[in-house]
Write a protein that binds this ligand. Sequence first.
Ligand SMILES: CC(C)(COP(=O)(O)OP(=O)(O)OC[C@H]1O[C@@H](n2cnc3c(N)ncnc32)[C@H](O)[C@@H]1OP(=O)(O)O)[C@@H](O)C(=O)NCCC(=O)NCCS
Length: 190
Amino acid sequence: MTSADTAKPAGRVALLAPDLENLSGFEAALSAGWSPDPRRAGDEAYIGGELQRLRRDRASFLDNLVQPAASVPPLTNHLFGVWDGEFCGGIGLRFQPGAEYLPPEVSGHVGYSVVPCKQRKGHATAALGLLLEVAARHGLARLLIFCNEDNHASRRVIERNGGQFFLRGPHPSDTPEQIKLYFWLHPAAI
Ligand SMILES: CC(C)(COP(=O)(O)OP(=O)(O)OC[C@H]1O[C@@H](n2cnc3c(N)ncnc32)[C@H](O)[C@@H]1OP(=O)(O)O)[C@@H](O)C(=O)NCCC(=O)NCCS
């Protein structure tokens, strides 16, 4: 865990950068069928593959987690585990330092996913609030975030963190049929 990028707890939810010590929380969630990638929820082959990779080489799994594949332009990634004493899920911030632009294949500045047994307890709402503090510390003026039109839970998480709706439509990171709701989030406003 790097102290510079570890947000302080809000209530009982805290964001912790993954490390070799707390990776066991990640492992337990994967073995319970949780997908760290929101777009691959329920994809057993993907989840099983991730679990295998983690168990085969924990250090290299961790490296990939904190610094995913290179993109053009290069993005800074901050991935956190969401903890309430136990592992509850993951939330990530990706951005191009000094610019608002994201490559079209990147699905917004923020992604999150909460372990099913920890859902509906306010954890995603609290985690996004904490992530906005991290974004503010990085000097980011606004973040692009979107959710599938039928993802009411995610929409509420965004709205409760001040998300301003501005567009409805597909996004190049997903199929043309998948309609998204686009929002701006303002880190400094939180
Ligand atoms: C979306 C998700 C992260 C929400 O996590 P969570 O910790 O349960 O969210 P919260 O407890 O903070 O709830 C936020 C709001 O969503 C509502 N909500 C939560 N789960 C819901 C559900 N299954 N159906 C309808 N509303 C739901 C809550 O009641 C709350 O609404 P309120 O503010 O009006 O009271 C979680 O459902 C999840 O991980 N889904 C799969 C991955 C995903 O969709 N990620 C987002 C990609 S954009």
